[in-house]
Design a protein around this ligand. Structure first.
Ligand SMILES: Cc1cc2nc3c(=O)[nH]c(=O)nc-3n(C[C@H](O)[C@H](O)[C@H](O)COP(=O)(O)OP(=O)(O)OC[C@H]3O[C@@H](n4cnc5c(N)ncnc54)[C@H](O)[C@@H]3O)c2cc1C
Length: 513
């Protein structure tokens, strides 16, 4: 038996440090038997430095690796995120906007409220009829009270954070509390054994690092999964056209300017602009298709969006390939983070994939090499399923548009650009709305059926309803819709303003769990 004890991670970005923390926390206490986690990062190759929107999974991840939420807020310039507002995606008009919140519709596991809303209540936005969070966001309110415990939510939440500060925060925690070994060096190449496994990594200084299991967190570089293991990259730029981003950091007008508690995504002529509020600044970026707009015009659209705030800002350009590896775990090497793949950050799906992948690796870490391929094939099947579903979900935002004002929006409607599975689902959803058992049956589905409901009905999709089919549960549905309206008012009256709560966290901290 060849035991798996020496874990070597290459890359010190969000993916590398999150993976190191998740594996080390899960296997804490095994050090005496020779278990170790080593992270190697280059001092010469910067991290991507963006990636500020997360998913609610981050709460359980931070809690599981043992960090304090208070310290996370204090050190990572973090803010609460309660969803995303999509502006100008449907018609392109100034008043065109809908929310994708993080809370499920009322009674979601018991009843599908879509047909009841659509028959009786469609004058109100779907999100507001079934869930309080859109109105909470618009009112600038936090998702919990100052007296709530760490990670405890009143309305479901994730975070916005400063990616650079987050990596340093995780590094300190990993090295100081979780015994992760940290090496600063450039890996030049991997040395393979006869069966194709990675035996060791050659460092630029001439040193060699041996290991039993290697995690590629080298970002777009994909040093191990691409160069060493030769796993091909599958592009999906025929489905998702964006390939470039211009990112800037924007100061607030004043220290007390409100902080948005949701990501704002505003559609443009050939892409969209993200706008993320942190306590000390906003992170804003234009994601666009270079096939449809020049860099100069894309920058012009970004500066127009920023208005007065745009003076003295020079955007950083980032290019990317949309897609993912054909396989993610080969022999004794797994790719996590942007080495595994990348899709435009429309729904902040990258860091959540890091968390889910690292958690699965940590939970199912093979005891010995002999069983590794069994786990690898499970991991690959689950991960491939997730990438496919994310591609479909992102494309959904583009195929529901009524915009025809540029080639970008028209090309997005080309039949050849729409995945078959999504086409079938769109046909089905004309007659029955998605609900929690429709196909979305993985335990940790990245985007559950509720997310599809929010986007579909936020973007004015019509599902045919047979009114008589509603009779049997009409009273229950009406009760839930009424309860939602009462809950919304109650929360509006009791939750603190977002910036005020963050200030209180800085001053007094949250109650530890
Ligand atoms: C424009 C844009 C916006 C984004 N927005 C979001 C968002 O809102 N939400 C979200 O979830 N995600 C977002 N992402 C994705 C997110 O930024 C990444 O998934 C996340 O930061 C993880 O990156 P990484 O750690 O894989 O790679 P990187 O940050 O690139 O880190 C790579 C690491 O590998 C090291 N390295 C590389 N080669 C070597 C070598 N030979 N030897 C040693 N070390 C090496 C580097 O030094 C670095 O430490 C966004 C990405 C982009 C491009």
């Amino acid at each position: 038996m060849k035991p798996i004890k020496k874990i070597v991670i290459v890359g010190g970005g969000t993916a590398g440090w999150l993976t190191a923390c998740i594996i080390a926390a899960r296997h804490k206490g095994r050090e005496a038997s020779g278990f170790s986690v080593t992270l190697i990062e280059s001092a010469n190759m910067p991290t991507i430095g963006v990636g500020e929107g997360t998913w609610p999974t981050m709460r359980s991840t931070l809690s599981r690796i043992g960090v304090s939420e208070t310290e996370f807020f204090r050190q990572c310039d973090a803010a609460f995120k309660q969803g995303a507002l999509f502006s100008r995606w449907t018609t392109g008009e100034a008043n065109d906007a809908y929310f994708h919140p993080l809370m499920l519709p009322q009674g979601f596991s018991q009843i599908n409220l879509v047909p009841y809303w659509s028959e009786q209540h469609s004058a109100q936005a779907f999100c507001d009829a079934v869930c309080p969070q859109g109105i909470i966001c618009q009112s600038g309110l936090a998702p919990k009270l100052a007296s709530s415990a760490e990670f405890e939510a009143i309305t479901n939440y994730a975070y916005h954070l400063d990616a650079g500060k987050f990596a340093v925060f995780l590094k300190n925690h990993a090295c100081e509390k979780l015994n992760v070994n940290h090496l600063i060096a450039d890996v030049s190449h991997a040395k393979l054994s006869a069966n194709g496994d990675i035996e060791s990594l050659a460092l630029d200084q001439g040193q060699e690092i041996a290991g039993d299991f290697f995690v590629d967190c080298t970002g777009f570089r994909a040093l191990l999964i691409g160069d060493a293991m030769g796993v091909a990259f599958e592009e999906c730029n025929d489905v998702l056209f964006c390939d470039t981003a211009l990112a800037v950091q924007v100061p607030y007008e004043s220290e007390i300017s409100p902080i948005a508690t949701h990501t704002i995504s505003t559609a443009q002529s050939a892409g969209w602009i993200w706008d993320i509020g942190l306590p000390t600044r906003r992170g804003v970026g234009h994601v666009y298709s270079s096939q449809h707009i020049s860099d100069e015009n894309a920058e012009r659209e970004l500066l127009r969006y920023l208005g007065d705030a745009s003076s003295d800002l020079s955007p950083r350009k980032i290019t990317f390939r949309s897609g993912h590896r054909k396989t993610f775990w080969k022999n004794n090497c797994v790719a996590i983070g942007m080495s595994a793949g990348f899709l435009e950050p429309l729904e902040a799906s990258a860091i959540v994939m890091v968390e889910l992948s690292a958690k699965m690796v940590a939970e199912q870490l093979p005891v010995c090499r002999e069983v590794m391929d069994i786990i690898a094939s499970r991991f690959n099947a689950t991960t491939l399923y997730r990438w496919g579903r994310i591609i479909d979900f992102l494309k959904l935002h583009y195929v529901l548009t009524q915009r025809r004002d540029s080639d970008f929006w028209q090309d997005n409607l080309a039949d050849s650009s729409i995945p078959e599975r999504l086409k079938n689902l769109l046909l089905l959803w004309r007659y029955q709305s998605p609900w929690f058992h429709d196909e979305f049956n993985q335990v940790e589905e990245v985007f559950p059926a509720a997310s599809y409901q929010y986007v579909l009905y936020g973007m004015k999709f019509k599902t045919h309803v047979e009114p008589e089919s509603l009779q049997s549960r009409a009273r229950y549905a009406e009760r839930l819709l009424r309860e939602n309206s009462n809950l919304t008012e109650k929360l509006r009256a009791s939750l603190p303003y977002h910036r005020d709560l963050i200030q209180k966290i800085y001053e007094r901290g949250l109650q530890p769990i």
